[in-house]
Design a protein around this ligand. Structure first.
Ligand code: UD1
Length: 354
């Protein structure tokens, strides 16, 4: 049985790590990895393969950055040949990026079966490119591997119940495994932050937050005003947009760092007092690792994290500081995201339906 995974962006490499590992433990599974090249900087791509021990991609489409149309189109035109050569039993796509949509479209057009991992997430915010990507992917795919019951509910309400299977969340598999392995190892924080004292961790990269200079300035102000020292691990999009807008990211509470390797990020989050982010994955990692999170968005797909106050939305950047300084939630963190075996369930679901 042959699975062909299509990945391209940072969070997809984390999910791929879980699937590649589960696939390697099934003798009858051949796993082909196609990297679209959406993310290409070493810190955004190579380090994930190295740290998470993911086999090197079999194919790299090297599409690079571009407008949504150009980037997605370049992937589409490169995929036909790859799928023709490999003729997989399943094309497996991950999450909600342009690489997800391109992998899906190219496979369904060749009448190859597509499975969508992390199906059924919804923000109901049609300004987000990710929302279009995930809705279109869910409706085109043959098998929908949903991380949670909430995701299953969304798919059912769109008429997709019969194609849906709840597996748990594969990022949780990786997060729990890595968290145990980095416990007690040194932290990699930007200069000026004392790892022995309280600190916060932040990432900001969504187009809605970075591309409007006024909003970006307000967010940076909100971060700089925090009482706690803050490690801001800056995505290249954030760095580029801040530079264009003449906004200095460092200053006040903010200490600037490069994007972290996954184990270093998990280590920093699990030792932090608070997390501020607009990343979906990081909201969930904060929840799993017990760091109170402030999400700089109007909504979240991972609604379970809001329960018990572990995650709070700060749509208005002026409210970030108050949210970060809220008392540590006393509530429990129920295991909404599974038991760490979602990737095995996902690979077995594909084997049973090959
Ligand atoms: C993409 C995904 C988003 C995901 C995020 C994770 C889409 C529509 N968005 O957003 O869902 O949360 O990845 O990081 O697919 N750049 C570099 N080096 C790189 C990659 C990007 O410098 O290796 C810069 C380029 O200026 C590029 C910009 O970052 O134009 C944005 O990259 P892109 O892949 O278009 O989207 P992300 O913002 O990373």
């Amino acid at each position: 049985m042959k699975i062909l995974s299509v990945v391209g962006a940072r969070p997809q490499f984390v999910k791929l790590a879980a699937i590649a590992d589960a696939a390697s433990r099934r003798e009858d599974v051949e796993h082909v990895i196609v990297h679209t090249g959406q993310h290409y900087d070493a810190a955004m791509s190579d380090v994930f393969f190295a740290d998470l021990r993911i086999p090197a991609p079999d194919v790299n489409l090297a599409v690079g950055s571009g407008t949504h149309g150009r980037q997605t189109g370049a992937m589409l035109s490169a995929m036909d040949e790859v799928l023709e050569e490999h003729r997989p039993d399943w094309t497996l796509v991950y999450g909600d990026t342009n690489s997800t949509l391109a992998g899906t479209l190219s496979a369904v057009k060749m009448h190859l079966k597509v499975a969508h991992l992390e199906a059924g997430l919804r923000s109901f915010n049609r300004r987000m490119p990710e929302e279009h990507n995930r809705v279109m992917t869910d409706h085109a795919a043959d098998l929908l591997l949903a991380p949670t019951e909430v995701a299953r509910g969304h798919l059912a309400s769109e008429g997709l119940a019969e194609r849906t299977l709840v597996t748990g969340d594969v990022m949780t598999d990786v997060c729990l495994r890595v968290a145990a392995s980095v416990e007690g190892t040194p932290l990699r924080l930007p200069e000026g932050i004392d790892p022995a004292s309280d600190f916060a961790v932040a990432t900001i990269h969504r187009a809605d937050n970075t591309d409007d200079p006024e909003r970006l300035a307000a967010i940076v102000r909100g971060l700089q005003e925090l009482e706690l020292p803050l490690a801001l691990f800056a995505h290249p999009r954030l760095v580029a947009k801040a530079k264009d807008a003449g906004i200095a990211l460092a200053g006040g509470a903010v200490h600037l760092g490069e994007p972290l390797a996954y184990p270093d990020l998990v280590n920093a989050v699990q030792r932090s007092r608070a997390v501020v982010t607009d990343s979906g994955g990081l909201q969930k990692e904060a929840y799993l690792l017990g760091a109170p999170c402030t999400t700089v968005r109007t909504e979240t797909e991972w609604v379970e994290t809001l329960e018990g106050g572990w995650n709070e939305l700060a749509a208005d950047p002026a409210t970030i500081a108050a949210s970060v300084s809220r008392p540590r939630p006393a509530g429990e963190r129920p295991p909404y995201y599974g038991d760490g075996r979602a990737s095995e369930r996902s690979v077995d679901a594909l084997r049973e339906r090959a």
